[in-house]
Design a protein around this ligand. Structure first.
Ligand SMILES: Nc1ncnc2c1ncn2[C@@H]1O[C@H](COP(=O)(O)OP(=O)(O)O)[C@@H](O)[C@H]1O
Ligand SMILES: O=C(CO)[C@@H](O)[C@H](O)COP(=O)(O)O
Length: 462
């Protein structure tokens, strides 16, 4: 019974699962927290990874490991492999102007055609432009740029030579300088943004073993959304992930080129594509609302389920951290439609859940417009543990919702990739879930989408 490990180095924490490579059965797991903030020293991820591995009982009996990680973060390394400055994360919006400038330089359609996405502050390429413009002394020292999961895989390999950096197609496709259709870097775009070329990680094939460490085989890993999609094996359903980010994505054989920038044409972990819509505001909206109401998360869920669908007209626009989709980096959150009669904790709790999900419902429609199958939705991520989220989701999405048993689906996808690398087979192993998923159906709440769009439009009209 060989064992494999999967890692999810996500925004808020690091999770490690250790699974049986043949059956996929969970053997043990561990986790550790990451620091707060949108700028983080990668060393903190390395330390959290070690804490999580130790909590999972170590790797002595593990044959292969893959890392899934938060996408887009800019990790800059100098000639000797030292980190030049703290990494700017996917949810850091300081490069919003760089994103606008880059988009204007080429035009949105040209970006969508070239790399499947239109620059917004999340993408690595805009962070490189920001660095070149605002920190020239740091920019001058940069020899290589990589992503959080690439850096952790490289550290695990024991190398300090930047020429050993490896990434995979799914995470490379979120940089803004990789064309997932041709499977090539677009160094011309990197140079347009940064002013000169840089060493970039080699892009490994989906099940290619990369430089290992002793007897531990390393897989290429992937972006966290692609890993979650691989871990939950959603078939024709779209997947909604509710972590720090809210994402909605679906597997596709074709790559979208959406000039509106709503749907990003990422790659998946198997050689296909992963059209994806991402918001900056998901689980933390519930954390913040619980804090404001002075309750814990289970109580917030009870309150939300006490309210009527539509929260008697209370509408929460969840742009607490600015927003990425729609592209409003300076926006703030708002509550609309409040009256003396409807100002209750239950309505505020429900409005938070409905508002968090409404932006993703718009994303689901955008995926459908790109030809993706969205007849059902699977929900994963931390906030999927909320009973209110599970029950309210079909009333917002208008399609049946399936919630797999609570688990670490990013880490599971990484573990499944590690098992694939270990077997060397043409197709990935099938990891059957130990528990049946729960299914939720409920009528769409009439008027909710219109009220949400009207409330959100206040920003777009400004
Ligand atoms: N029962 C719950 N109800 C609502 N939110 C929850 C619940 N349990 C955990 N969460 C939230 O899930 C989030 C963490 O989810 P996770 O998917 O690990 O995030 P990330 O991948 O961004 O690090 C936290 O904001 C946490 O408050
Ligand atoms: O930016 C994106 C996807 O484009 C985010 O999904 C990040 O990949 C972070 O994921 P979480 O840590 O919030 O799960």
């Amino acid at each position: 019974m060989p064992l494999v490990a999967g890692v999810d180095s996500s925004t808020q924490s690091c999770k490690v699962v250790i699974r049986d490579a043949d059956t996929g059965a969970l053997v043990r797991q561990g986790r550790a927290v990451h620091p707060e903030g949108t700028e983080v020293d990668p060393q903190a991820w390395w330390e959290a990874l070690h804490t999580a591995i130790a909590a999972a009982g170590g790797l002595d009996d593990v044959s292969a490991l893959s890392v899934g990680g938060q996408q887009h973060g800019m990790v800059c390394l100098d000639e000797d492999g030292r980190v030049v400055r703290p990494a700017l994360l996917w949810n850091d919006t300081r490069s919003a102007k760089a994103a606008t400038d880059l988009t204007e330089q080429l035009g949105a359609q040209a970006w969508a055609d070239a790399v499947g996405l239109v620059p917004v502050a999340s993408f690595t390429i805009t962070k490189l432009r920001w660095l070149a413009e605002h920190e020239p002394e740091h920019a001058a020292r940069v020899a290589a740029v990589c992503l959080p999961h690439d850096w952790l895989t490289w550290k695990l390999s024991g190398s300090s030579d930047i020429r050993d950096l490896v990434t995979d197609r799914s995470d490379a496709s979120g940089t803004g300088y990789f064309d997932p259709r041709a499977n090539n870097y677009r160094r011309d775009l990197l140079m347009l943004a940064f002013g000169r070329d840089l060493l970039l990680p080699k892009v490994a094939a989906p099940a290619e073993a990369v430089r290992g460490n002793g007897s531990l085989i390393l897989g290429p890993g992937g972006g966290d959304n692609a890993a979650a999609g691989f871990g939950v094996d959603a078939g024709d359903d779209a997947v909604v992930s509710l972590g720090t980010s809210g994402t909605v994505f679906a597997r596709s054989r074709t790559a979208p080129a959406d000039p509106s920038g709503i749907v990003a044409g990422f790659a998946d972990m198997t050689g296909q594509f992963l059209p994806l819509v991402c918001t900056l505001n998901a689980a933390r909206i519930l954390d913040a609302t619980a804090r404001v109401l002075g309750v814990d998360l289970p109580r917030l869920s009870e309150l939300a389920l006490q309210a009527e669908p539509g929260a008697e007209g209370v509408t929460l626009v969840p742009y607490f951290e600015g927003e990425r989709t729609p592209n409003l980096p300076d926006a703030t959150g708002a509550i609309h439609g409040v009256t003396l009669a409807n100002a209750t904790p239950a309505n505020f709790a429900r409005a938070a859940v409905e508002g968090m999900l409404s932006g993703l419902a718009e994303g689901l429609n955008a995926l459908a417009a790109q030809g993706c199958s969205v007849s059902g939705v699977r929900i994963v991520g931390g906030a999927a543990q909320s009973e209110a989220v599970r029950r309210i989701a079909p009333t917002v999405f208008g399609v049946p919702v399936v919630v797999p048993a609570p688990g670490e689906y990013v880490a599971d996808g990484a573990a499944r990739q590690a098992a694939w690398v270990l077997t060397g087979a043409d197709t990935p192993p099938v990891f059957s879930p130990a528990e049946r998923p729960e299914r939720f159906e409920a009528p769409l709440t009439a008027g909710l989408a219109e009220r949400y769009t009207e409330a959100a439009q206040h920003y777009l009209r400004r």
